[in-house]
Structures are given as structure tokens and as C-alpha cells.
Design a protein around this ligand. Structure first.
Ligand code: HEC
Ligand code: HEC
Length: 368
């Protein structure tokens, strides 16, 4: 046999073993491109890399009603895309029409965060994802049953195989797929983003609102401010990765009515009444507001910060420090004018991202 034939034979052998191998195709890596003005403060867990197949599976699971005991509730029931992944209710309806004790939260830009839930009790999305499935009010399904139901489905057996190269479906893989999908929920195309990127202009009223939003007032030098950016930070208007710095008591309750909040997690009395300062992205779409949905409108929210802050031991110093009133009358009141309050609300409306709420990649795949 001459050399040419030997090479052809080796080639054929390589081709055969290769096609044999591709019967189980490795998942396709998903290259995540963060918005240029967001920075790189996100971290993908080493054991849950982003793949096209993992994200597709996570999207199906997110909208999968089989993951609730009565087959009627999915994550998407309480996190609806048209409402920036909240549900418009003070409290959310789970299985058997039971109500949750907290208001649903918007799922947005969570890739840049590391503390989840109003009290910060989950330290990763993977850890968070299995809680609602088992929660007796929300979906009330045991993980054993969840795995069994999914394993009985040809579609899911195939999808888990493609996403994780695993013949076995496990709670851990369910959590990984859900987390991958949630990490793709990036909102970066509001008018405020376009303004930051020099692609759009804000009206005078919106600009005034933006300046007030990000300014801590200094009445002695005539600097007026709304003080909001002190807690609703930076472009992501979200918390902090490395500490509980993004958790505050923003004065909605007096000492007697104060809930435990972050104290439930840390055990520290100094954390009583502190809650996650959530993203204000798409805030015009996510009413009602606060962890218990007590405020119906943004006007009510501004009224709270301006007029109705309640005093308690852990009330945030960023609030007790902030007044536009040079006379320093106690108790401290923010003292914004009606025009200024309206301007801040106008600015908050520029955080609405129409592309995010209509992006097909995030929609219910079972309704296509
Ligand atoms: C019955 C309504 C309901 C269902 C179903 C539900 N959630 Fe939620 N979700 C909530 C509520 C209420 C909160 C706030 C709970 C708290 O802080 O105690 C929340 C909070 C979250 C958060 C935290 C967001 C943040 O900024 O910290 C994430 C992430 C989340 N849910 C994802 C999911 C996923 C994934 C599923 C499905 C497996 C799901 N949810 C199912 C109501 C629901
Ligand atoms: C001291 C920190 C702090 C300051 C200052 C502050 N906030 Fe908040 N904000 C929070 C916290 C914490 C929450 C959640 C509280 C809760 O749910 O109990 C919150 C909640 C909100 C919500 C409701 C979010 C939701 O998803 O329900 C809105 C809207 C809001 N703030 C707007 C503002 C505006 C506007 C200003 C400025 C006038 C402001 N905040 C100033 C900490 C702060």
C-alpha cells in the first residue's frame, strides 16, 4: 500500500470517529458581550459556563408550569416580561391562589449582583433558583418530584443532554440552567442609556430630575438634591457585589413596625429594617413599590422620601443627613418643591427600556 492510500485511510478513520463523537454534540459557548457603559463587575461561576443550549433550557424552565404542584404557576407568572419581570401586584399569587408575603422583584441586570431577595438571603442565582420551586406558597413542588416530572419529558431529557451532556436531570442542573437564562436578562437600552452614550438628549425637566437624583443636598452652599443616587447607585442603579452596602432602612416604618429585613440574614440588630435597594430600571413599569408593595405610584414614593420618612434606630444616615432646608428644622425633611419632585419622576421614566420588555429572547417560548 503506498503512502497516499495510508493517508486516505487515516483520514477516513478520523472522520468516522469524529462523526461518532458528534452524536453528542458539546454545548455551544455563549459569548457574553456586556453593554460598554456597564463595566465588568460581573462574575460567572466557574462551574456554570454560559452556553446557548443552557440558556435555551433555562428559558423553557422559567416558563414551565410543570414546576409547580398544580401545574398552574411558573416563574413567569410572577415575573412577567411586559412588567420588567414583576407582576403588578402588591403580593404575588402562587399555587392554590395563596399570596406571598413580599412583593415580586424585577429581574434585571442581576448578573452584576450577588445578594438576592429583599433581605439578601441568597448569595447566588444558583442558590436562589430552587427556593421558589419548593416554597409552599409560590410553586410548592419537591425537588424529587420536579426531577421526576422533567425526566418523564422527552423534550427536557434531550435539552439537559444537550446543555450539560448529562443523561441525568438533577436539581443542581435545573438551578444552573435557570441562572444562565436570568443572567441574560440585561436591560441597557433605556433613553437614559442612550443619553449616556450620546445617542439621545434629555428634556430640561428630565435633566433637572437626573441632577437632583444624583445630588446629595448641601443647603449651606445652595446645592439642591434629591439624594436618591446615594443608595440607588450608578448606571445599574443596583446594589454592591462585595458587601451588604446596598441594603438600607429607607424610613418607611417606625421602630414598632420595623420588619427584620437584613437582620434575618446577619443576626445583627443594626441591620433591622434594612432591605435591598433595588434597581430602579424600568421602575415606571414595576408598581406597586417597596418590599410590601405599599406605594401605588411614583408620586407616593416621592411623597414618602420628601414628607413622610419615619424615624427608627437604624434609619439610614444618608436620609437623616439630607435636607434642602437651610434652617435645619427637626425632624429633617428633604424639602423638595413640587416641580423638583415631578422632575425626578420624569427622570425615572427615562429608565424604561422598551427593547428589554419586547425582546423575543426573553419571552415565553410556549406561546410562540
Ligand atoms: C408566586 C410568585 C413567584 C414565583 C412563582 C416566583 N417568584 Fe421570584 N420572586 C417572587 C417574590 C415575592 C420575590 C421576593 C421574595 C423575597 O424577597 O422574599 C421574588 C424574588 C426573586 C428573585 C430575587 C431578585 C433580586 O433582585 O434579588 C429572583 C432572582 C427570582 N425571584 C427568580 C425566580 C425564579 C427563577 C422563579 C422560578 C423558579 C421564581 N422567581 C418564581 C415571586 C415569585
Ligand atoms: C438610604 C438609602 C435610600 C435613599 C436615599 C433612597 N432610597 Fe429608594 N429605596 C431604598 C431601599 C432600601 C428601598 C427598598 C425598601 C423596601 O422595600 O423596604 C428603596 C425603594 C425605592 C423604590 C421602590 C422600588 C421597588 O422596586 O419597589 C423607589 C421607586 C425608590 N426607592 C426611589 C427612590 C428615590 C426617587 C429616591 C430619592 C428621592 C430614593 N429612592 C432615595 C433606599 C434608598
Amino acid at each position: 500500500m503506498n503512502l497516499k492510500w495510508i493517508i486516505v485511510l487515516i483520514g477516513l478513520y478520523a472522520l468516522c470517529s469524529c462523526t461518532e463523537g458528534t452524536q453528542i454534540k458539546a454545548p455551544t459557548p455563549f459569548i457574553f458581550v456586556p453593554p460598554i457603559h456597564f463595566g465588568d463587575g460581573f462574575e460567572l461561576p466557574e462551574d456554570n459556563s454560559f452556553t446557548i443550549e443552557g440558556i435555551a433550557l433555562g428559558r423553557n424552565l422559567f416558563y414551565e408550569k410543570m414546576l409547580s404542584r398544580n401545574h398552574q404557576v411558573s416563574c413567569g407568572s410572577c415575573h412577567q416580561q411586559s412588567k420588567a419581570f414583576t407582576d403588578g401586584a402588591k403580593f404575588s399569587t402562587g399555587v392554590d391562589k395563596l399570596l406571598t408575603s413580599k412583593s415580586s422583584m424585577s429581574l434585571v441586570n442581576l448578573f452584576w449582583q450577588s445578594k438576592f431577595f429583599w433581605d439578601g438571603r441568597a448569595l447566588s442565582l444558583e442558590e436562589q433558583a430552587l427556593e421558589p420551586i419548593q416554597d409552599h406558597i409560590e410553586m410548592d413542588l419537591s425537588l424529587v418530584e420536579a426531577v421526576e416530572r422533567l425526566s418523564n419529558s422527552d423534550l427536557y431529557r434531550q435539552q439537559f443532554q444537550q446543555a450539560f451532556e448529562s443523561d441525568e436531570i438533577t436539581p443542581e442542573l435545573i438551578a444552573k440552567a435557570l441562572s444562565q437564562f436570568i443572567r441574560t436578562l440585561v436591560s441597557s437600552n433605556s433613553r437614559y442609556d442612550q443619553y449616556l452614550l450620546g445617542e439621545d438628549v434629555l428634556s430640561d425637566q428630565e435633566k433637572l430630575g437626573m441632577d437632583l437624583f444624583f445630588t446629595h443636598p448641601e443647603p449651606t452652599i445652595g446645592l439642591r438634591g434629591g439624594n436618591c443616587g446615594d443608595c440607588h447607585l450608578n448606571i445599574l442603579t443596583s446594589g454592591d457585589r462585595t458587601s451588604y452596602r446596598g441594603f438600607h432602612n429607607n424610613g418607611i416604618d417606625t421602630e414598632e413596625d420595623l420588619e427584620n429585613g437584613l437582620m434575618t440574614v446577619t443576626g445583627e440588630a443594626t441591620d433591622k429594617g434594612k432591605f435591598k435597594a433595588p434597581s430602579l430600571r424600568n421602575i415606571a413599569l414595576t408598581a406597586p413599590y417597596m418590599h410590601d408593595g405599599r406605594f401605588a405610584t411614583l408620586e407616593d414614593v416621592l411623597e414618602h422620601y420628601n414628607e413622610n420618612v419615619r424615624t427608627s434606630a437604624t434609619l439610614d444616615v444618608l436620609i437623616t443627613d439630607a435636607t434642602n432646608n437651610p434652617k435645619n428644622v427637626l425632624p429633617v425633611k428633604l424639602g423638595l418643591t413640587d416641580t423638583e419632585k415631578k422632575a425626578i419622576i420624569a427622570f425615572l421614566h427615562t429608565l424604561t427600556d422598551q427593547k428589554f420588555i419586547s425582546d423575543e429572547a426573553f419571552s415565553d417560548p410556549f406561546e410562540d
